[in-house]
Write a protein that binds this ligand. Sequence first.
Ligand code: NCD
Length: 308
Amino acid sequence: MKHLLSIDDLSTDEIEALFATAADMHDVQSREVKKLPALRGRTVVNMFFEDSTRTRSSFEIAGKWLSADVINVSAKGSSTSKGESLRDTVLTVCAMGVDGLVIRHPASGAAVQVSEWVDAAVVNAGDGTHEHPTQALLDAYTLQRRLGSLEGRHVAIIGDLTHSRVFRSNVQCLTRLGARVTVVAPPTLMPSGIGAWSAAAGFETSYDVDAVLPDADAVMMLRVQRERMSGAYFPSAREYTVGYGLTRNRLALLKPDVPICHPGPMNRGLEIAADAADAAQSVVLEQVSSGLAIRMAVLYHLLAGEDA
Ligand code: NCD
């Protein structure tokens, strides 16, 4: 594996190998001294052209705990705000001898494009509405730790599917690991062409949350991505919550202890009620700590040479 641009880049064996490494990395989090020498002498640049709290800090901590030198470049403070092209910015940074480039960009396809320009290993940390592979890996890893094998388990992914790269990566990852996936959205937020895709990839679609929840073994709520919406996709926030939010009443439809995931940031009171976000079965913070272990595993697999 040279880059991680899409879940499609990974074989099922590679996913399992990443999970095994992540399990070892997870143990580092509970140590007093959180440092492994594996990436000593390697340099990782985080280039984030979109706002981020957890993904960027997670990649930064992951690199640092593996002893890499980690530098953050964000769009606001970079020369792109002076009119420099993405290609020139990326080539400039890579001319400094960078080994790994973690990139988040609002344009779908940006990470693939960047990987064609540079020698460094490129990790896609979210490109537009396309993919977010490390998020899908950490979600599946979190669910496996909770549920054991995902084979035959039913995962409901609910929310703004049209604008979600998390959903696009998750469908691929979860179905690959044998899960049964149902995606749920209001008709206006169901991506066009999903019929052909779901038939080919073997997942189901529904407009009816209340019908799907009682059969789910895990629920993944997605954020309503207002910043990506150029029109009105639903009449009001209240209407969205009534139709598609994980409300207190809907919690009662779930089987006991069904894990509730959300990649964050959460819109409390819109797609997820506080009762659900803070429920004992919510794994939102576990996703964050699993995310660190997964990103350590990804950086390790991409950057640790034979001598590591
Ligand atoms: C997601 C993202 O940025 O795609 N968040 C994340 O990575 N933690 C989902 C979102 O923004 O809704």
